[in-house]
Design a protein around this ligand. Structure first.
Ligand SMILES: Cc1cc2nc3c(=O)[nH]c(=O)nc-3n(C[C@H](O)[C@H](O)[C@H](O)COP(=O)(O)OP(=O)(O)OC[C@H]3O[C@@H](n4cnc5c(N)ncnc54)[C@H](O)[C@@H]3O)c2cc1C
Length: 653
C-alpha cells in the first residue's frame, strides 16, 4: 500500500510539518508529543484531540473528545468515524491538516519538520511484524519460537501475569470469560486485552454502518443470548415480560412468534438495543471492566516455562512515560480478534486505487451516512451489490430515504438469477426475489443438531464439501422487506440486473459499473449511478491481521481449507480441534484456544454467530475443566442451576 502524507499548515497556509502514514492502523493527533503519532503542540489542541485511521488505503477521522472540537471541511466531528477525503481540510485548534490525491509518494521522507512546534517522531499505528526490525517492539526478543521468561522480566516491560488471557475483547472474548467466571475462575485470574471498553462496541459499529440502528431487530433468534449462557430466558420472553408488565398485552406476540416460527410466523429476532443492554448488565455482573486492559496485541510467543507471552501496545494517553510497549504472561490464551479489516472485492479495490479520495463507492460495513444524506437532499441513483441480509437492510434504508426525496433510483446488481435454492439430502432452501431465503446465515441444524455432528466428524476435504453445500448468501424472509421490493418494482424505482462486473470507472462525476449481463446474449451493460454500495459481505482473511500474520509466520499452524468464490468466498481460518484449541501452539500445560472467524471453515459452521461463539467457549471451558486448569471445576446440573439462579438475581458468579 502506498503511504499517505499529511501536511500540517498554520493559519497563513504555511506548511509546518509533514507526517507520512505508511501502515494501516490508528494514529493519534494531540498536544502531548511523547504520546501521540501526530503531535500538534499548541494550547488550542487537546492532549488527545483526534484520531486518524488508515484502512484499505482510505483515511477516516474521529474527534477524541477534544475541548475545541475538530472540523472536517464544514462538518464538526462527533465520536463516529468520518471518511477524510483528499483535499478536505481537517482543522484541529490553530492547525489545518490536509492531504492531496498525489500525496502517496513512496519516496517521501518519514517526516520533515519546518517548525519546532511540531515534534518529529511519528510512529506507525500497526507495525508489520515480519520481519522484526531491531528497533521495533518487541524486536529480537520475539525472533524465536520460545522466549525465556527471565528475558521478559529483565526487559522491565512486564505488566503482569495471569492464568487466562483473552485477546480481542469483543463478543467472542466476552462469552469465553463469562464461561470461565461461571465455571469458578476468580476475576483476578483473568485478563482481557482489547481496544474497546465494551465487548459489543465493534459489533455495534458494524451494525450501525450496515443499517441496523439500536431500535432495529438483528438477525439471530431469541435464544442466541451472549449475555446468558443458558439461553433462558430468551430475548422473546424478556421482551414479552417487559411489555406485559408495562400494561401492553400485545407483548405476548413475541413469545407466540417463537412457537410459530418459521412456518406460521416470521422468526423472532431481538432489538439491537436490548442485546446491548443485556450485555451491559452481564459485563457488570462478571466484572468485565475490571479484567480489561486497553491494548493492541502485537505478537504472541511460547515461553520456556510452558506459558505464553503477549507483546502489546497500550494507548498513548495511558503511557505515563511515553513507553507504550508491554508484555503479559499467561497459562491459557484465547484468540478472538474478529474480522481484521473490511476487504473489498477485486474490482472495487481497483476502482478505489484509481480514484483515491472518492466516496462514491463504499462497503456497507463502513460508515456511509453521507450517501443517504446526499440522496435525501439531491436525489440520485444507487447501485446496490449483493443479496444477503445487509443488502436487504440497505434497500430498506434507501426506501426510507425515498420517503424524503422521490428522485432516488436503485439498481440492484446480483451475479445471476437464483432458479432453485441449495439442496442437501431432502432439504431445499426456498427462493424469493432471486434470493435464497433462510432465517439465519446457516441452516439451523449447524448450531446444535445433526449438521454439527456431521461437520465435527468430517475430514478436511469432506468439510469443504459440507460447508459449500450449507453455506451461501441468504436473507431472512420478511414481509416488510418483500413489500418494499414489490412496491419498488411496481413504481419503477427499483430494478434488478444480473451480471458479472468487468470494470468500474468514474466518468462525468458518475460511477459507471460495466457488467456482462447474464442472459442469452451475454451483452455488456453500463450501470450509471451516483453511488455504489457494496453489500457482498465481509471477508475474513486472517493474514490481514498483523498479529495473526505474525503468529502464522512463526509457528505455521495448520489452516482450514477455503471455500466458495466471489462474494461467497470464505477464506481459510486457523485449524482448531473440536474443543477449539490450536493444537500446534500447545506448550506443556499451556494452551491456546480460538473462536469466531479466526477459526473459519473448521469443525463448526456458524463460528461467527453468538451461539457459535458460546459453543466454542463451552467446548474450550469443558476441555480446560477436564484438564484441571486452575480455578475451573466440572459443571454438573446442580452447580449450573445455582449459577443460573445467580444470573437471574444479577449476583456475581
Ligand atoms: C453487521 C453484523 C451483524 C451481526 N449480527 C449478528 C446477529 O444478529 N447474531 C449473531 O449471532 N451474530 C451476528 N453477527 C456475527 C458475530 O456474532 C459478530 O460479528 C460478533 O461481534 C463476533 O465476535 P468476535 O469476538 O469474533 O469479533 P468482534 O466482536 O468484532 O471482536 C473482536 C475485537 O478484537 C479486536 N482486535 C482485533 N485485533 C486486535 C489486536 N491485535 N489487539 C487487540 N484487539 C484486537 C477488534 O478491534 C474487536 O474489538 C453479526 C456480524 C455483523 C458484522
Amino acid at each position: 500500500m502506498m503511504p499517505i502524507e499529511i501536511q500540517v499548515r498554520d493559519a497563513g497556509g504555511r506548511t509546518l510539518a509533514r507526517f507520512r502514514l505508511a501502515d494501516e492502523g490508528e494514529y493519534q493527533i494531540g498536544r502531548e508529543q511523547a504520546k501521540v503519532e501526530i503531535p500538534l503542540v499548541d494550547g488550542s489542541v487537546s492532549r488527545r484531540h483526534a484520531a486518524v485511521r488508515l484502512s484499505g488505503g482510505r483515511l477516516f477521522v474521529t474527534d477524541s473528545g477534544s475541548t475545541n472540537g475538530t472540523r472536517l471541511g464544514e462538518t464538526a466531528l462527533g465520536k463516529h468515524w468520518y471518511e477524510w477525503l483528499a483535499g478536505v481540510p481537517l482543522v484541529c485548534g490553530i492547525f489545518t491538516l490536509v492531504y492531496e490525491p498525489g500525496d502517496f509518494a513512496e519516496e517521501a521522507p518519514a517526516v520533515e519538520t519546518d517548525d519546532e512546534r511540531t515534534a518529529p517522531v511519528p510512529r506507525a499505528g500497526t507495525a508489520d511484524p515480519v520481519p522484526w526490525l531491531e528497533s521495533e517492539f518487541p524486536g529480537r526478543l520475539f525472533a524465536r519460537d520460545v522466549v525465556p521468561v527471565a528475558e521478559i522480566v529483565a526487559s522491565g516491560k512486564l505488566a503482569g501475569e495471569t492464568d487466562f488471557l483473552a485477546v480481542g475483547g469483543g463478543i467472542g472474548s466476552f462469552v469465553w470469560v463469562d464461561h470461565l467466571r461461571v465455571w469458578g475462575v476468580p476475576q483476578d485470574r483473568i485478563r482481557v486485552i482489547g481496544v474497546t471498553g465494551s465487548c459489543y462496541e465493534k459489533w455495534k459499529e458494524y451494525c450501525e454502518n450496515s443499517q441496523i440502528p439500536g431500535r432495529e431487530r438483528i438477525r439471530s433468534n431469541s435464544i442466541s443470548t451472549p449475555d446468558n449462557l443458558w439461553g433462558f430466558p430468551g430475548y422473546a420472553l424478556r421482551e414479552t415480560w417487559r411489555e406485559v408488565k408495562g400494561g401492553d398485552i400485545r407483548g405476548f406476540r413475541h413469545i407466540l412468534k417463537v412457537f410459530g416460527e418459521p412456518t406460521l410466523a416470521e422468526t423472532y429476532t431481538p432489538r439491537a438495543d436490548d442485546v446491548y443492554a443485556a450485555l451491559d448488565r452481564e459485563e457488570a455482573r462478571i466484572g468485565w471492566r475490571q479484567m480489561l486492559t486497553f491494548g493492541r496485541a502485537i505478537a504472541l510467543r511460547k515461553t520456556d516455562d510452558g506459558r505464553y507471552v503477549l507483546a502489546y501496545k497500550i494507548p498513548a494517553d495511558q503511557a505515563e512515560d511515553g513507553d507504550r510497549d508491554r508484555y503479559f504472561l499467561a497459562r491459557v490464551v484465547q484468540l478472538a480478534t474478529g474480522y481484521p479489516t473490511t476487504r473489498y472485492l477485486d474490482d472495487l479495490q481497483s476502482f478505489k486505487r484509481q480514484n483515491r479520495g472518492s466516496n462514491r463507492v463504499v462497503n456497507a460495513y463502513e460508515e456511509h451516512e453521507g450517501i443517504y444524506r446526499a440522496l435525501a437532499e439531491r436525489g440520485g441513483t444507487v447501485v446496490v451489490r449483493g443479496r444477503g441480509i445487509v443488502a436487504s437492510r440497505v434497500l430498506q434504508r434507501l426506501h426510507e430515504t425515498r420517503q424524503r426525496n422521490k428522485q432516488i433510483g436503485v439498481l440492484h446488481l446480483m451475479r445471476g438469477p437464483v432458479e432453485a435454492g441449495a439442496t442437501f439430502d431432502l432439504a431445499r432452501r426456498a427462493v424469493g426475489y432471486d434470493v435464497e431465503m433462510q432465517p439465519f446465515n446457516w441452516p439451523k441444524a449447524c448450531w446444535g443438531g445433526e449438521y454439527r455432528r456431521l461437520l465435527e466428524a468430517a475430514a478436511p476435504e469432506k468439510r469443504v464439501e459440507l460447508l459449500s453445500a450449507w453455506g451461501g448468501t441468504t436473507t431472512a424472509e420478511r414481509a416488510d422487506w418483500m413489500a418494499i421490493l414489490s412496491a419498488g418494482k411496481r413504481e419503477g424505482w427499483y430494478r434488478i440486473y444480473f451480471g458479472e462486473v468487468k470494470k468500474m470507472r468514474l466518468k462525468n462525476d458518475k460511477v459507471v459499473t460495466e457488467i456482462v449481463a447474464k442472459g442469452p446474449f451475454s451483452e455488456t451493460l453500463d450501470l450509471v449511478a451516483d453511488y455504489v454500495i457494496d453489500c457482498t459481505g465481509l471477508i475474513a482473511d486472517v493474514t490481514s491481521s498483523p498479529f495473526l500474520k505474525d503468529l502464522l509466520a512463526r509457528y505455521n499452524p495448520p489452516r482450514n481449507k477455503a471455500t466458495g468464490s466471489g462474494p461467497d468466498q470464505r477464506l481459510a481460518g486457523i485449524a482448531v480441534t473440536n474443543q477449539f484449541e490450536i493444537a500446534a501452539l500447545r506448550n506443556g500445560a499451556g494452551r491456546v484456544y480460538a473462536a469466531g472467524v479466526v477459526t473459519q471453515n473448521g469443525p463448526y459452521a456458524a463460528v461467527d454467530s453468538f451461539l457459535g461463539l458460546q459453543y466454542a467457549a463451552l467446548r474450550s471451558t469443558d476441555h480446560l475443566a477436564a484438564a484441571r486448569a486452575p480455578g475451573l471445576r466440572r459443571m454438573g446440573p446442580l452447580r449450573s442451576f445455582v449459577q443460573w439462579l445467580k444470573w437471574t438475581a444479577g449476583a456475581k458468579p
